[in-house]
Design a protein around this ligand. Structure first.
Ligand SMILES: Nc1nc2c(ncn2[C@@H]2O[C@H](COP(=O)(O)OP(=O)(O)OP(=O)(O)O)[C@@H](O)[C@H]2O)c(=O)[nH]1
Ligand SMILES: [Mg+2]
Length: 355
């Protein structure tokens, strides 16, 4: 499954500075020649493909990007300085479109590839330029040219970095809502989620990852009994699985440990590779357990489940422990990314045919 991350931003290159009209002032010399310098060029806006970025989410926070204006020219033959250039960084695979026409301007496919997005305007000419045999004292000058500006549409196909696993009603959709921009349907009955949802989680500037919420797994799902199994394949490209467990089931007869074993059993039956992926245990709904009992309940769960890996306790509903978990996930995803193959055209399934 592919998911498209999008943003629209405004790109403004710098205007050129104006040329100056000025004459030399020298002692004992009544009429100095023209000495007005040219204006500086406006700043350019560049784009670069940054292999460290995963999503476009930062571009939903800041939408306008403006390079510097060129300085005006000055007397004494002084040219204005060029405006400050700016460089915008995009994830590899970002497609850039002109907002007005929808035309594809470029696809950033090669890591560190750099392109000009918008050219700064040329600076105006100072009167120094207009000096000629017939006019030794020109007053002419020109103003700087405007920089290019336009609306830029960004589009990126993203894959899930993290997958959520768990029984129906465990709180997967609530968790994705707590940490990401996705708004899946949440309800107190099982199988609320009928389609996989992807959400972008932003833990800080230029720090984000993609999480997939899939329909709940139940026992027998790997044989097609539940809804879950057809969705398991969406988790195949992920770098981490979060196993979400309802630690405080409404029905007293339900043992969270048994439920958790059922999920792991399904995973194992379905796919050894998926089973072998890094998996973290996330004990949810701790708000339902009195504070004084929490530590003991968690300890008991871990012991009976014979779990040796990372454990997080959260309340997806109250958003307790969710930010900390998101930060840990981000660190893990980044670390995994760094150890993977760097050539995206070869390795990155985003560039493969759609499934
Ligand atoms: N008290 C409490 N309730 C929660 C918490 N997380 C989820 N819930 C509730 O549990 C119910 C199920 O939550 P969902 O997020 O829809 O569960 P799901 O795992 O996505 O369920 P499916 O999509 O059916 O697989 C909803 O009524 C939620 O409000 C939590 O941390 N505390
Ligand atoms: Mg759900």
């Amino acid at each position: 499954m592919k998911f498209v991350d999008e943003a629209t931003i405004e790109i403004v290159a710098g205007d050129g500075g104006n040329g100056a009209a000025s004459f030399r002032h020298e002692k004992y010399k009544e009429f100095g020649g023209p000495d007005g310098g040219d204006g500086g060029r406006g700043g350019y806006v560049y784009g670069v493909a940054d292999p460290n970025l995963n999503t476009l989410i930062d571009y939903r926070y800041t939408r306008r990007y403006e390079a510097g204006r060129g300085e005006n020219g000055m007397g004494s033959d002084m040219f204005g300085a060029a405006g400050k250039d700016i460089t915008l960084r995009f994830p590899v695979g970002t497609i850039l479109r002109d907002q007005a026409t929808g035309e594809v301007l470029h696809e950033l496919l090669t890591p560190d590839e750099r392109i000009v997005l918008a050219r700064g305007g040329d600076g105006g000419f100072g009167n120094l330029r207009f000096k000629s045999a017939v006019n030794r004292a020109p007053r002419q000058k020109t103003v700087g040219r405007p920089g290019e500006r336009f609306g830029l549409q960004l589009e990126l196909k993203v894959l899930a970095d993290v997958g959520l696993l768990g029984m129906p009603n465990a709180g997967k959709s609530t968790f994705i809502t707590a940490v990401s921009n996705a708004r899946p349907k949440i309800a107190d009955y099982p199988f609320t989620t009928l389609h996989p949802n992807l959400g972008v989680v932003r833990v800080g500037p230029e720090q984000s990852f993609v999480v997939a919420d899939i329909p709940g797994l139940i026992e027998g799902a790997s044989e097609g009994a539940g809804l879950g199994h057809q969705f398991l394949r969406h988790l195949q490209r992920t770098r981490l699985l979060l196993h979400i467990v309802d630690l405080a089931p409404f029905d007293d007869g339900v043992d969270p440990v048994e439920q958790a074993h059922a999920i792991v059993g399904e995973l194992k039956k379905y796919d050894a590779e998926l089973f072998g992926k890094p998996r973290w245990l996330v004990l949810n709904k701790i708000d339902m357990i009195p504070q004084a009992e929490r530590a003991a309940r968690v300890k008991d769960f871990v012991k009976r489940f014979k779990w040796k890996g990372p454990v997080f306790e959260i309340s997806a509903l109250a958003r307790e422990g969710t930010d900390l978990l998101a930060k840990n996930i981000y660190q893990h995803v980044r670390q995994q990314q760094r150890t993977e193959q760097p050539d995206p055209a070869q390795q990155d399934p985003r560039f493969a045919q759609d499934d």
